[in-house]
Design a protein around this ligand. Structure first.
Ligand SMILES: Nc1nc2c(ncn2[C@@H]2O[C@H](COP(=O)(O)OP(=O)(O)OP(=O)(O)O)[C@@H](O)[C@H]2O)c(=O)[nH]1
Ligand SMILES: [Mg+2]
Length: 470
């Protein structure tokens, strides 16, 4: 185990999940099935397989289209797509014997390097399928982990991805080792020869023990380091609490970073690929009238986000957890907008954010080509605002709505000010609704409807202003 699975790599570069150093792993490299020790799909020809089951969270064909986008985001070249509808999964191979044969043929015909399943597979199913196809087989969660590994830039994100990858992939690698051990135990074939001669109990078994110890040690080390970062992050988030904090959340590719750039001029990278953003950035968003908020861009969500990823990205998602307002960005031009909205809501619930004040933004309205679908979406989400991060449409209304929230609920107050404080009076005229005004001994008493935050700012700027009644 190299200790760091993801460090120092270029964008979308291969992920090397190496289960061990040592002679056994070098020997096993000669086996075809060893491909499972390198799970990256970068520049590989991929056959995609999707199985539509009753009660799935999305139509299997839409789901496969998303898998394709994921595979391409990871740098794979999709050469064939296989969609099957079944009433239940085949416990051995997931797709059943006949389909396995078809898959094997497609893999051969298309010179594929990898098979990517849209459904999550058990280690035993992976083993069966790899044996049948002679290629590595990975599932959706592994693919997502691979993309995250390729994108992680900061030390923190790398640790988080490494932990998630180890926790998800390690048992599957172990499953593979067990399989190899059986080959070795059978005593025949060149593959067995390659791993033979390293220990009497069988190199596979021995290596599993070594791997388990190395993995367990690394996992606890990563957890400690991440917990340290978590604590620092929580402190940093708390330190910003005098400001109004807003987090952009939403499905991957919904346009969060683009919106962040349009609103704050942040220059955050925004791209048409999944999981462009992994690291949170915070910028000041000026709202006019001297008010501002802090806006944070966060990692995007996806349906069936691997649980380990959500757990290890908790620190990054702290931003969302502690925000005063969530802006939930939805790609309204996507046919799967509603499913994406509900998937994000599910992850927010998992993070304990479901009770947060949230404003839903139907983004990319400039690119909607099915207006009827947008109508349905608006009907389901009547409070949502229509915007376009690209053209700027709707963003003034958004800023105004947020400005009202930042200003706080209006209070009725009577304020006394020296009559000579022309600027303070002007400030009140601009930021509050003046209901009444009386002059008395070089002072003015103004009865106003004023936002809580605005009142605090008035008092900070003009200590001579006194609240004399409400
Ligand atoms: N037509 C149109 N395209 C948009 C709009 N907003 C964003 N996009 C495009 O959508 C793609 C994804 O945008 P990003 O801002 O990177 O999306 P994101 O939500 O930050 O994605 P992740 O970081 O991957 O979670 C880019 O190609 C943007 O140019 C919009 O309002 N209209
Ligand atoms: Mg982004």
């Amino acid at each position: 185990m190299t200790g760091d699975l993801v460090a120092g790599r270029e964008p979308a570069a291969p992920t090397a999940v190496q289960p061990s150093t040592g002679a056994a792993s070098r020997g096993i490299r000669r086996l075809e099935t060893d491909q499972r020790t390198r799970l990256s799909v970068y520049r590989e020809n991929a056959v995609l397989v999707g199985v539509g089951l009753p009660g799935a969270d999305m139509d299997a064909a839409d789901s496969l289209a998303e898998l394709r986008a994921l595979a391409e985001s990871a740098g794979a070249v999709v050469v064939s797509i296989m969609l099957q509808r079944r009433d239940r999964v085949d416990p051995r191979t997931y797709i059943g014997r006949g389909k396995v044969e078809e898959l094997r043929r497609r893999v051969e015909e298309n010179a594929a390097d990898v098979v990517i399943f849209d459904n999550d597979l058990s280690p035993a199913q992976i083993r069966e399928l790899e044996k049948a196809c002679g290629r590595k087989v990975i599932d959706r969660s592994e693919l997502i982990l691979d993309i995250f590994a390729g994108r992680a830039r900061t030390h923190e994100a790398r640790l988080q991805v490494e932990l998630a990858q180890l926790e998800y992939t390690a048992p599957r690698l172990r499953g593979m080792w067990t399989h190899l051990e059986r080959i070795a135990g059978a005593g025949g074939g060149t593959g067995a020869g390659a791993v033979g001669g390293i220990g009497t109990r069988g190199p596979g078994e021995r290596q599993i023990e070594i791997d388990r110890r190395i993995v367990a040690r690394r996992v606890s080390q990563l957890k400690r380091e991440i917990a340290g970062i978590d604590r620092r992050k929580v402190r940093a988030v708390r330190a910003r609490q005098e400001h109004f904090n807003i987090s952009l959340v939403g499905y991957t590719n919904a346009g969060k970073s683009t919106l962040m750039n349009t609103l704050t001029g942040a220059g955050v990278p925004a791209e048409n690929r999944l999981f462009a953003t992994l690291d949170t950035r915070t910028r000041k968003w000026p709202l006019g009238d001297g008010l501002h908020a802090l806006l944070s861009d966060t990692v995007g969500f996806i349906r069936r986000l691997p649980h380990h990823l959500v757990a290890s990205f908790r620190a990054t998602l702290e931003e969302a957890i502690h925000a005063d307002l969530l802006l939930h960005v939805v790609d309204a031009s996507s046919p799967a907008a509603w499913e994406q909205y509900t998937a994000v809501s599910g992850v927010l619930e998992e993070l304990g954010c479901s009770g947060h004040r949230t404003l839903v933004l139907l983004n990319k309205t400039d690119a909607v080509d099915a207006p009827a679908e947008l109508q349905v979406l608006r009907h389901r989400l009547p409070e949502a605002m229509c915007v376009s991060a690209r053209t700027g449409a709707g963003l003034e209304e958004l800023a105004e709505a947020v400005r009202r929230m930042v200003a706080g609920p209006p209070l009725r107050a009577v304020l006394r000010l020296p009559a000579a404080e022309g600027r303070a009076i002007h400030f009140l005229e601009r930021h509050a609704e003046v209901l009444d005004r009386r002059y008395q001994d070089h002072a003015v008493e103004m009865e106003v409807l004023i936002g809580e935050t605005v009142l605090r700012r008035l008092q900070a700027g003009w200590p001579a202003a006194q609240v004399v009644g409400s």
